[in-house]
Design a protein around this ligand. Structure first.
Ligand code: GLN
Ligand code: ZN
Length: 760
């Protein structure tokens, strides 16, 4: 009998202790010779293959590893080097590769954007400048490497042509089909050469199939894959989708490929429902993504086994491959090194390595029957049960509050128009008030002091005194600059989510739970593992101190519930909706504490609202309802003369403007300086009618702007936006900037504001 196969779609690149990141950054800093760098990287890559082999994974991905990003890898494989970088053809050098990703003195880096609905960012390929040619067969190289070094029959992973072009820019949408067709012969050649080498399995990723795509695009898939199959008829080609269900199920399962990979975790049950409704072709392989590739929780193996057995009512066992729902790139590497974590929590976690074990167990269970894995099933249910029964998941007070949510108002006492005049009277701000977004430079010194305090080298009092001195210093600077609304500067915070996570109940932090965000940058999301609740005031002391130093209003500064949710790993035993509301209630208490203590402008940042949007349009509304409701729950209880601000980064707002309006914040500040012209129209008075600060300069650059430039941005905005609603501010927090450039830029900003006021 053929064995039920286990497979993986991609393994985290960063290493158990971020060895990969360290190697990269040392190389970039010139502290590591190229040869040594490549040797270290090779060791890491081989080690990852070895680990997967040791776990007993049958189909081990090769070519998924990257020195920066797999989309960029694909682009350079086709020689797609934008003209502003030096490139003489042939295989793209390591230097050029990093230049595209990171920019040079004379040439800006390629744009970076989010990989579907994850926190991973890819480099956007620039088409249209050069004709794509195949300058290296990357999958083949990595296949050979795995074979030679470890005798592994690797499964090359390739980003498919339709998704690749969809994610690229530099062509006209109407030419989509012909652009894709430019790439098809190149893909055909890759596959042809792989076949020649004796490759048996290939995974082609086409996650675009999990978004809302048109019928014509599905037809394009048919033509493309017909050609690819003919180029390599002996290869078993798996067309891989992930992150959502597929809409055009019947069309997709009929495509001319050998197998289809489906996500059975993030599909809202749709993929399994489709199989039950329409069946599955007898002659195809079903690569079943049953282990969550996006989260960190141990799988309930009983449930997972049950899904697999339901699948085998429609697909024969021999045709099923057991795998994660997506690449494991989005999970940390291993739970093993988490020595200080609470034991119950640790027992209920599963990172990449643990997930591979679950996959192997499930493949065995499907092959030999449930009893063959009963011990492992019991072990998993027991661990999950222990966490579910622990006190952190059974906070009666929080749970009752969630059940009685209706008793908490989600609407401000008066409408915005009424509040506006009350607040005008109360704050007496000048026209076009100036302010900043919250953080001031987190210098080496600030971070150094925090480190010393964490290590116990200075006392809490000493650390607090230092923070207070920084606050005072910056209140004086703001006074000197003549800003109208101040901030305390956020010196006590490492990160806008972590800071609150450490103070709220229900969170824990891992030591090594890093995931790649972009390039060598990794993030370590907090774990929301229990009921979230307010324990004690989190920001009141600093805000009250700052306010005591000035007669100008100082904005209280909080992170909103949806951003905390979207930037954390979230428990999956209750709905995200409930978790969002738990956080919102905790923030609501903090808002009330601030107000009680005399803080009358409170900013609740929600930079991550947009990035939480579901992949499919049809699910946007319900997500946005949850988001808006949570924000309102957090902010609505204040008096009419307390002013609620919010801030969002990213510039693409047109399509969610109604939701932003519905937040009912008195003032919103957003990042627009990089796409000024296009954006302001989204905020015309008939669509948006509350206070609004469009960032007037780009904080991502150390350059101090000229008064003229800011004046132009302000003028342009004022042609569309009512001056009575307009605020003048930078486009994001200033924590990554230096002191001198920050003061310099703010001086220019205040000057530009004064000029603008003269016109009224
Ligand atoms: N208040 C935060 C800051 O200024 C906002 C950060 C953000 O938008 N990501 O740093
Ligand atoms: Zn921002």
């Amino acid at each position: 009998m053929k064995k039920v196969k286990s497979s993986n779609l991609g393994y985290p690149r960063i290493g158990e202790k971020r060895e990969w990141k360290r190697a990269l950054e040392q190389f970039w800093a010139g502290k590591l010779e190229k040869e040594d760098f490549l040797k270290q990287i090779e060791e890491i890559r081989i080690h990852h293959l070895q680990k997967q082999k040791n776990q007993g994974i049958d189909l081990i991905p090769v070519g998924d590893f990257s020195l920066y990003d797999h989309v960029l890898d694909t682009a350079v494989m086709f020689g797609l080097v934008p003209k502003r970088f030096e490139y003489g053809g042939g295989k793209v050098s390591l230097e050029t590769y990093f230049e595209i990703a990171r920019g040079t003195k004379g040439a800006v880096a390629s744009e970076m954007t989010k990989w579907f609905n994850t926190n991973y960012h890819y480099i956007v390929p620039e088409l249209g400048e050069v004709v794509p040619t195949l300058v290296e067969n990357r999958p083949l190289e990595f296949y050979k490497e795995a074979k030679q070094k470890l005798n592994i029959e690797g499964k090359p992973v390739i980003l498919g042509p339709v998704t690749f072009v969809k994610l690229s820019k530099g062509y006209n949408e109407n030419d989509f089909k012909s652009v894709v067709n430019q790439f098809v012969p190149l893909y055909a050649k890759i596959l042809h050469d792989l076949q020649k080498e004796g490759v048996e399995w290939v995974q082609i990723d086409e996650p675009i199939l999990s978004t809302s795509i048109s019928k014509e695009e599905v037809a394009l898939f048919n033509d493309v894959y017909q050609t690819l199959r003919e180029a390599a008829p002996n290869i078993k080609l798996i067309l891989q989708t992930y992150f959502e269900s597929i809409d055009n199920y019947q069309d997709v399962i009929s495509l001319p490929v050998d197998g289809i990979g489906l996500d059975f975790v993030h599909d809202n049950g749709q993929n399994l429902a489709s199989i039950k409704k329409y069946g599955f072709p007898k002659d195809k392989i079903l690569a079943a993504g049953v282990i969550d590739g996006r989260n960190i929780w141990r799988a309930n193996l009983n449930d997972k086994h049950s899904i697999l057995t339901q699948i085998t009512e429609f697909v024969s066992k021999e045709q099923v491959i057991v795998q994660p729902s997506s690449s494991l790139l989005h999970t940390p590497v291993t739970v093993k090194n988490e020595e200080t974590l609470d034991e119950v929590l640790k027992g209920a976690l599963s990172f990449a390595d643990e997930k591979l074990r679950e996959i192997v167990i499930l493949a065995k269970g499907l092959q030999d029957g449930k009893t063959s894995i009963q011990a492992e099933i019991d072990e998993s249910t027991k661990a999950i049960q222990a966490l579910n029964e622990s006190s952190v998941r059974n906070n009666k007070q929080v749970q009752q509050a969630i059940q009685n949510l209706h008793i908490y108002s989600v609407n401000r006492e008066a409408d915005y128009k009424v509040r506006q005049s009350i607040q005008e009277e109360f704050f007496k701000l000048p026209l076009l008030p100036t302010t900043t977004i919250g953080s001031f430079p987190q210098t080496q010194e600030v971070r150094g002091q925090r480190l010393k305090w964490r290590k116990g080298e200075i006392t809490t009092t000493q650390y607090e005194e230092y923070i207070y001195a920084e606050i005072k210093k910056w209140i004086d600077i703001q006074e000197e600059l003549g800003l109208d609304v101040f901030v305390h500067g956020e010196f006590e915070r490492t990160d806008m989510v972590e800071y609150f996570g450490e103070k709220l109940a229900g969170f824990q932090f891992t030591k090594f739970g890093w995931v790649q965000s972009y390039g060598s940058r990794c993030v370590k999301p907090p774990l929301i593992y229990g009921d979230v609740s307010f324990q004690e005031p989190m920001t009141v002391k600093e805000s009250v101190y700052a306010q005591s130093l000035t007669t100008k209003p100082v904005k209280g500064m909080l992170t909103g519930p949806i951003t905390i949710l979207n930037w954390s790993f979230v428990r999956d035993d209750i709905s995200r909706y409930d978790v969002a509301n738990q956080i919102a209630l905790a923030i609501r208490t903090e808002v009330e504490e601030l107000e009680k203590n005399g803080i009358r402008m409170i900013q609740v940042d929600e930079p991550a609202i947009r990035e939480g949007l579901p992949l499919k349009r049809e699910n946007w509304e319900s997500y946005l309802n949850v988001a808006v409701n949570a924000f309102k729950l957090a902010t609505a209880s204040v008096q009419n003369d307390t002013q609620i601000h919010t801030h969002m980064c990213y510039s693409n707002f047109e399509d969610i403007i109604d939701a932003i309006n519905a937040l009912d914040a008195d003032v919103i500040s957003i990042e627009t300086s990089r796409s000024h012209g296009e954006l302001i129209y989204a905020f015309e008075e008939n669509t948006y009618d509350k206070g609004i600060g469009l960032g007037v300069y780009d904080i991502h650059s150390p350059r101090v702007p000229k008064v003229k430039e800011l004046a132009r941005n302000i003028d342009r905005a004022l042609q569309i936006i009512n001056p009575k609603l307009f605020w003048i501010n930078p486009d994001c927090g200033l924590k990554t900037r230096g002191i001198a450039e920050t003061v310099g830029a703010l001086k220019v900003m205040v000057e530009a504001a004064e000029h603008a006021r003269e016109k009224f």
